[in-house]
Design a binder for this molecule. Structure first.
Ligand code: FES
Ligand code: FES
Length: 173
C-alpha cells in the first residue's frame, strides 16, 4: 500500500497501541485523541469537551492515565498506549472492569464509559484495593452526566474484588 500523503512539516511517530506497533507521519499540532479516532479508527475514546474537563478521552499511556485531548500525538512518540479497544481478551472475554460495569449497571448512555473504565484500570493498578472514598477521588477527573456515580463506584468495587480473587458483596444501603 502507498504511504499516506504527508507534508514536509509532518513528523514521524511510532506508537504501540493495544499491542500493535504503528508508524505514521502526523501534523505536529494533531492531538492524540484525533490521531486515535481519525487515523486509526479507534473511536472508543470519546471527545466530550476538548478542554480537559470531562475525561471521556482518557487512555493509558505507559501506565499513566492521560486525557488524550490534552496531548499532541508527537508527545506520545515511542509510548505504549491502551485504549478501551484493548481491554477485552483476544477471544472477546471482558476485562474485570468491563464485566463490573455490565453487572453493576455502571452506565446509562455510555458516553463516559470508555474513559471511565480506562481511568479505573490505572486506578486499580495504583491501588488494587481502594476504599469507596479512594475510588470517588480517583475518578474525580471523569464526568458522568447520567448515573449519579453510585453504580460506577460499585462497578469498580466489583472489578477490584474480581482481580483480587474475592467475591464482591454490595455494602448495605
Ligand atoms: S474530551 Fe478530553 S477531557 Fe473532555
Ligand atoms: S453513562 Fe452517560 S455520561 Fe456516563
Amino acid at each position: 500500500m502507498a504511504d499516506p500523503v504527508h507534508t514536509i512539516d509532518d513528523v514521524a511517530v511510532t506508537l504501540t497501541i493495544n499491542g500493535t506497533r504503528y508508524k505514521r507521519f502526523v501534523e505536529p499540532r494533531m492531538l492524540l485523541i484525533h490521531f486515535l479516532r481519525e487515523e486509526l479508527n479507534l473511536t472508543g475514546p470519546h471527545i466530550g469537551c476538548d478542554t480537559s474537563h470531562c475525561g471521556a478521552c482518557t487512555v493509558e499511556i505507559d501506565g499513566i492515565s492521560v486525557k488524550s485531548c490534552t496531548m499532541f500525538t508527537v508527545q506520545a512518540d515511542g509510548a505504549s498506549i491502551t485504549t478501551i479497544e484493548g481491554m477485552a481478551g483476544a477471544d472477546g472475554t471482558l476485562s474485570a472492569l468491563q464485566e463490573g460495569f455490565r453487572q453493576m449497571h455502571g452506565l446509562q448512555c455510555g458516553f463516559c464509559t470508555p474513559g471511565m473504565i480506562m481511568r479505573a484500570h490505572v486506578l486499580l493498578k495504583e491501588n488494587p484495593n481502594p476504599t469507596e472514598e479512594e475510588i470517588r477521588f480517583g475518578i474525580a477527573g471523569n464526568l458522568c452526566r447520567c448515573t449519579g456515580y453510585q453504580n460506577i463506584v460499585k462497578a469498580i468495587q466489583y472489578a477490584a474484588a474480581k482481580i483480587n480473587g474475592e467475591t464482591f458483596v454490595e455494602a448495605a444501603q
